[in-house]
Design a protein around this ligand. Sequence first.
Ligand code: TTP
Ligand code: MG
Length: 242
Amino acid sequence: AALEGVVEYRNVTFAYPGAESPVLSNISFTARPGETVAIIGSTGAGKTSLLSLLPRLYDIAEGEVLLDGVPVSDLDRAEITKRVAMVPQRPYLFSGTIEHNLRFGKTEATDQELWDALQIAQGEDFVRAKKNGLNARIAQGGTNVSGGQRQRLCIARALVTRPKVYLFDDSFSALDVATDARLRAALKRTTADATVIIVAQRITTITDADQILVLDNGRIVDRGTHEELLETSPTYQEIVES
Ligand code: TTP
Ligand code: MG
């Protein structure tokens, strides 16, 4: 059980169906339970594509994506979603209540579990402020909540499923700096035993990651901790200074 949530990408090369050239080339890294791996790189570098291969949104042509030593191509989607939760870059909400939205991945969750997830995701206050609380309605497309509220509801939805692996795709960008910091401190406690892979724009979001992968044009060009990369990676320095 101690090993649950080990993610390994082994020499992964991936092209979208019908595309001529790959968007990811020779990607290798390992993320273990208790670790945070961060991925940074400019727009179009392939960060979202990289994450999407673990929940098997696409099958790869070359290499292997392994979850606890098993290629995800040998696992069915239901098995993967039990262990892996992805908060997508464009978080989506359904028309229905907040409760429906939070229970989407795990229908048997208790109300207390929903509130606990909201508290960690810094969404408790705005849900409590709504007249109907968890029963407040979300309009189609989530148009009656702000971008930051939508992100927090989607983070809470992921927390409710209690996954072994969390994938956050730029999930903190719509939050102000103070909320981002509070949310990540709360997340850190909750996900202490989980594997966390996080794509971020804001450098402060990832400075304490165990490993940072610098992605450029579909390749990992540098890797290390924040301190190591400041010393060794011109690409990373450019991102920090931008
Ligand atoms: P992404 O993986 O979306 O790049 P990114 O996540 O690093 O960029 P951003 O910071 O803006 O979120 O895209 C990499 C390349 O793959 C890009 O050329 C667009 C292409 N692509 C597709 O062809 N189909 C897709 O569904 C996606 C997501 C990307
Ligand atoms: Mg992206």
